[in-house]
Design a protein around this ligand. Sequence first.
Ligand code: SF4
Length: 215
Amino acid sequence: MPVTTDELLELHGRIRACTACPLHATRTQAVPGYGPVTARIMAVGEAPGETEDREGKPFVGAAGRLLTRLLEEVGLDRRDIYITNTLKCRPPGNRDPEQSEVEACSHFLDEQVAMLRPDVILVLGRHALGRLLPGAGTITRLHGQRVRRGTRVYVPLYHPAAALYNASLLETLQQDMRLVRGYLDAAEAERAAVLKAQAQQAISAEPPADQMALF
Ligand code: SF4
């Protein structure tokens, strides 16, 4: 059953009220995630930065603006994408997340993925990669590739923040985003084919009209 906006907002409320790890004491506010429940793409970064912590929304700083631009370059609208982080509260001074913090927070991301069931999950940077695809390999080796785990499709990408001042990394990210567009198109075609097959099955399961008259 598709999730409702109210169910997603209820989860966001629980994240905002969470005090399960020490980061709650230093945050301005938690940053649950942003985007519609109908999103076919989910993007997962590392943790909120200073601007995100202040505004309560993910990817609203310089890296966020670059992400928006990269998506637009392949015809994707950021407003159609659900964006979140592995960790929902900002580590002080933007330090790396600690393992205990990631573990305390991980069930929220699991709930978000289970609720939205996106066609493609963009894994932004090495921290998100370690959390979502542990042991799969490095971001240098996996970037731009489609990685299947069960029914989920993940695409590791360099974090946009890393490409802000690195022209060659930016070019790689642009190339990878074009691949993402192709993966998404393929996933949509797959979903349409499944729906069509289900509709045909339902029609063929219906009794012929003359049999229906007997009921
Ligand atoms: S980082 Fe996650 S586990 Fe820690 S307080 Fe924030 S929401 Fe709770």
